[in-house]
Design a protein around this ligand. Structure first.
Ligand SMILES: [Zn+2]
Ligand SMILES: [Zn+2]
Length: 76
């Protein structure tokens, strides 16, 4: 039992963090993952990943990031 509890601690942390972003974050331009999955993309100002990417434990490659790198601000 104790092993099982230890094993799921990181997953539980990710789930609670993702829930926090979902509840308190704001909707942003969907990252590539959310776009491919048809999900709503939410982020917190201090977060570098969206709720869905945090929940999945994957890196968040935002489409808006590539736009920002090119100096375009068409979403503002
Ligand atoms: Zn996303
Ligand atoms: Zn993402």
């Amino acid at each position: 039992m104790s092993v099982e509890k230890r094993k799921s601690s990181s997953a539980r942390y990710r789930a609670s963090l993702a829930r926090n972003i979902t509840e308190n974050g704001f909707v942003v331009m969907p990252c590539s993952y959310c776009t491919s999955q048809g999900l709503t993309c939410r982020m917190l100002p201090q977060s570098s990943r969206c709720d869905n990417c945090v929940r999945r434990g994957r890196s968040c490659a935002g489409l808006n990031l590539s736009v920002a790198q090119r100096g375009c601000r068409i979403f503002l």
